[in-house]
Design a protein around this ligand. Structure first.
Ligand SMILES: *Cc1c(COP(=O)(O)O)cnc(C)c1O
Length: 378
């Protein structure tokens, strides 16, 4: 097995720092060993800090971000429940699919790809469907680069007496996200994006109100593996065996969260802003354009310039420079690149490297100086 060393600047996974990789290599403990339970508890506490919440029910689901999505929907929804899902890209579409499979009657708030979800549209949908139990929305749509104002959407949802479910896979640990201040009832993320841990766990947090709703279910959660009522008993004080925890992944997440908290959430968010601005300055200097509504700092949607071959450039980036970036999806297929600057990978070094590589491959020059000017400014 030969594993090349890459620079992961795509939509995920993102680069993992050595400290997290070495944590993964520590000796495997039994999943009920007191030493492991201590690591779990500490991981849980750090997750609360990173989510900015006091929610008791905060844990890491075994599986990638999609498992967190499925877990939240499956536990919140009973067959026949009404759910509104905001769809402004791939992941909103996926949440709708999951909700339908869980037996929900789903009403979609359709938003043009690339646009943010307008809270007014959510309010209108809630007026039309007053029995809605849950509204699902993607905070940072990785397929389009659009950030939605989940704080405002949350107000609208609560005014209608529903619960709000937020996908924070590409925002947790990279962009401002406040579970308690914004009154978000259920939120899931992934380890492999801005937390800079390999793919494999999905942090989730659930409000007391949402837990109460789950406790009032008439039917069992249709997923045995993802049933919060059982997972809670393992993550809580009872420590009831449900499934064997991915022990070493927990070590990795523990190390990744410690790194986030040592840097400080605000510093980390500011770092993502700065690197995004430098990338933008450099790309724009050589004539590349961001997709107009790009509002994420963790993921940059950049139009493929006229005359450039999308696939060839991505291939050359990978083969010659060891840099991975992402292709466009849906209406952006072949038209845009997705350049991730997530977590550990959001660095001055990586910004200058991708700029140098792109200007070389596109036969341009002059991208680096404007980026370095951004770093030189306060
Ligand atoms: C990546 C991503 C997911 C899915 O996460 P996986 O780790 O690939 O399962 C869900 N939502 C968003 C917004 C994402 O970016």
């Amino acid at each position: 097995m030969h594993i090349p060393q890459r620079i992961l600047l795509g939509p995920g996974p993102s680069d993992v720092p050595a400290r997290v990789l070495s944590a993964l290599a520590a000796p495997t403990l039994g999943h009920l060993d007191p030493a492991y339970l201590k690591i779990m508890d500490h991981t849980r506490q750090m997750l609360r800090e990173v989510f900015r919440t006091k929610n008791e029910l905060t844990m890491a689901i075994s599986g990638t971000g999609s498992a967190g999505m499925e877990a939240c929907v499956a536990n919140l929804i009973e067959p026949g429940d009404e759910m509104i899902v905001c769809v402004n890209g791939v992941f909103g579409g996926r949440m709708r699919d999951v909700a339908q499979r869980c037996g929900a009657t789903v009403h979609s708030v359709e938003v043009e790809w690339g646009q943010s979800v307008d809270p007014q549209k959510v309010a209108d949908a809630l007026k039309q469907h007053p029995k809605t139990k849950v509204v699902g929305v993607v905070h940072a749509e990785t397929s389009t680069g659009a950030l939605s104002n989940v704080e405002e959407i949350s107000k609208v949802v609560h005014a209608a007496g529903a619960l709000i479910l937020v996908d924070a896979v590409t925002s947790l640990g990279g962009m401002d996200l406040r579970i308690d201040d914004w009154k978000i009832d259920a939120c899931y993320s992934g380890t492999q994006k801005c937390l800079s841990c390999p793919p494999g766990l999905s942090p989730v947090t659930i409000s007391a109100d949402a837990v109460k709703k789950m406790d009032q279910r008439k039917t069992k959660c249709q997923s045995w593996y993802l049933d919060f009522s059982m997972l809670r008993q393992y993550w809580g004080e009872d420590r009831v065996y449900h499934h064997t925890a991915p022990v070493n992944m927990t070590y990795g997440l523990h190390a990744a969260l410690a790194i986030v908290l040592e840097e400080g959430l605000d510093n980390r968010i500011a770092r993502h802003v700065k690197n995004h601005q430098a990338l933008r300055a450099g790309l724009e200097a050589i004539g590349l354009k961001f997709v107009p509504k790009n509002s994420l700092t963790t993921l940059n949607l950049v139009s493929v310039p006229d005359g450039a071959n999308d696939a060839q450039i991505r291939k050359a980036l990978l083969e010659r420079f060891g840099i991975e970036i992402g292709a466009g999806l849906g209406p952006f297929k072949g038209k845009a690149w997705r350049i991730g600057l997530m977590g550990y990978a959001s660095s001055q070094r990586n910004v200058l490297m991708i700029l140098a590589a792109l200007e070389t491959l596109l036969g341009k020059s002059g991208a680096l100086a404007p980026a370095e000017k951004v770093y030189a400014s306060k």
